[in-house]
Design a binder for this molecule. Structure first.
Ligand code: SDX
Length: 431
């Protein structure tokens, strides 16, 4: 760790303690409080970690005020327009953009690991047909540790690499098979002559009864959605993966934990909740009613797809997603999609409303993604599995980074205890 550039002094009950301050390559300084409890006998208190840096990282940087998102220093809008998902995966995993040879080798390794062990089909068949695909993803990914024992030793760099490739390669197959199982249609096997996004679309939409030709417009839009969701600093699901990994859990268990956390409507589940909200609004004239509900402190309703813990400006991914929504819907001939019209008018009215402006609540990555995914033919239940598929590389990159961090240790936060103090047991006849 770089030598502290300066110190902060905390004075408590007449005692002072100097806390080192570390300066980042970008973003705010951090006060190193590791010696606070030992030195001053106090904890810090930060539910939701609004002011807490949990780790050091070199992978993704977010400037919430500027609405900036960098992956290894490269801005997301440039990656979305100039790169493609597997190249972004390489960048996140290894830190640099690949040469042509490196990219070809990486894509070949991923392509040749897209099949699942044939026995894993029986996990899918154990679920009800109406099981939410996220429930299937959590189960099947966790079960991968029962099939791929030769890549569960986290202390073996080679096994970490194999587990990384297997997870990135197999997640589209698992997500597509969860969808097929829900439909009652046969599983479609991956094909090595298709690119990552085309392979996923074919596994979702092909049926044995006819040839499936991948629409290049859809595969480009799909690939861009994967890229826009790839990683996002220490969000809730990534922090879950890091915390699970800190106990030494195997990579498949850690990613299953991340999937479970992502499912929540406050996090990755927001894309499904947002489209359901837009459909509930239905028409532009109903928007004021829903904005009023979102502002009403006594109403738990929130505008899904709006607001963010870090972005206090536009989420740059939402900006790219909005452009993509216009392009994809036009190219698909889904003219004047009423839901897209409601979304654009809702965004306009919300951003003109002092409540949202004052609280710096802007559309986030989930606001427009569902509109594109629905236009592509996916049911809302598949939105979050697609987010999980995309984010697997981010979880894996952060997991690998933590394991190679000499400072990492098991995560074990403390608490502000406000419960009963010591008291004796009372026999039941005396209660
Ligand atoms: C993702 O962290 C990441 O990076 C996540 C993510 C990623 O890529 O990994 O970016 C993906 O999860 C995007 C967020 C998707 N979630 C939603 O769209 C759900 C709706 N949004 C919110 O629930 C909320 O904005 C959060 C959860 C996203 C952020 O919550 P915070 O930072 O804890 O903020 P908060 O709940 O303390 O809200 C601050 C104020 C509150 O009002 P006051 O109590 O101060 O009066 O803003 C209000 C909130 O009531 N508010 C909203 C609102 N979001 C916040 N009011 C109406 N509608 C909303 N959407």
């Amino acid at each position: 760790m770089t030598e502290p550039s300066k110190t902060a002094t905390l004075t408590l009950d007449g005692q002072s303690i100097d806390l080192p301050i570390h300066s980042p390559s970008a973003g705010p300084d951090v006060v190193d409080i590791r010696k606070l409890y030992g030195g001053a006998g106090v904890f810090t208190y930060d539910p939701g970690f609004t002011s807490t840096a949990s780790c050091r990282s070199t992978i993704t940087f977010i400037d919430g005020d500027k609405g900036e998102l960098l992956h290894r220093g490269y801005p997301i809008d440039q990656l979305a327009s100039k790169s493609h998902y597997l190249e972004v995966c390489y960048l996140l995993l290894y830190g640099e953009l690949p040469t042509a040879t490196q990219l070809e080798d990486f894509e070949s390794r991923v392509t040749n690991h897209t099949m699942l062990h044939e026995q894993m089909q029986y996990f899918f068949r154990g679920f009800r047909r109406d099981a939410h695909p996220m429930a299937i993803l959590v189960g099947v990914v966790g079960a991968m540790s029962a099939f791929y024992h030769d890549s569960t030793d986290i202390n073996d760099p080679w096994q970490r690499e194999v587990a990384s490739i297997r997870l990135i390669a197999k997640m589209p197959t698992i997500a597509a098979w969860a969808y097929k199982y829900h439909l009652g249609q046969p599983f479609v096997y991956p094909r090595n002559d298709l690119d990552y996004a085309s392979n996923f679309l074919r596994m979702c939409f092909a049926v044995p009864a006819e040839e499936y030709v991948v629409d290049p417009i859809l595969s480009r839009a799909m690939d861009r959605i994967f890229t826009l969701h790839a990683d996002h600093e220490q969000n809730a699901s990534t922090s879950t993966v890091r915390l699970a990994s800190s106990s030494g859990a195997n990579p498949f268990a850690c990613i299953a934990a991340g999937i479970a956390c992502l499912w929540g409507p406050a996090h990755g589940g927001a894309n499904q909740a947002c489209l359901e909200m837009l459909k509930e609004i239905g028409t532009v004239d109903k928007i004021p009613e829903f904005i009023a509900r979102a502002k009403d402190k006594n109403d738990p309703f929130r505008l899904m797809g709006f607001g963010h813990r870090v972005y206090k400006n536009f989420d740059p991914r939402a900006t790219v997603m909005k452009q993509s929504a216009d392009e994809v819907l036009d190219l698909l001939g889904v003219e004047d999609n009423p839901i897209l019209q409601v979304a654009k008018e809702l965004e306009k009215q919300a951003l003109e409303d002092p409540y949202f402006a004052d609280k710096k609540l802007f559309p986030n990555v989930d606001f427009y993604s569902g509109i594109i995914l629905e236009a592509m033919g996916f049911p809302t239940s598949m939105f979050t599995p697609i987010f999980a598929l995309s984010r697997t590389v981010g979880w894996i990159s952060q997991w690998k980074e933590q394991l190679s961090d000499p400072e990492h240790k098991i995560g074990r936060p403390r608490q502000l205890y406000v419960g009963e103090t010591l008291r004796d047991y009372v026999d039941i006849e005396n209660r």
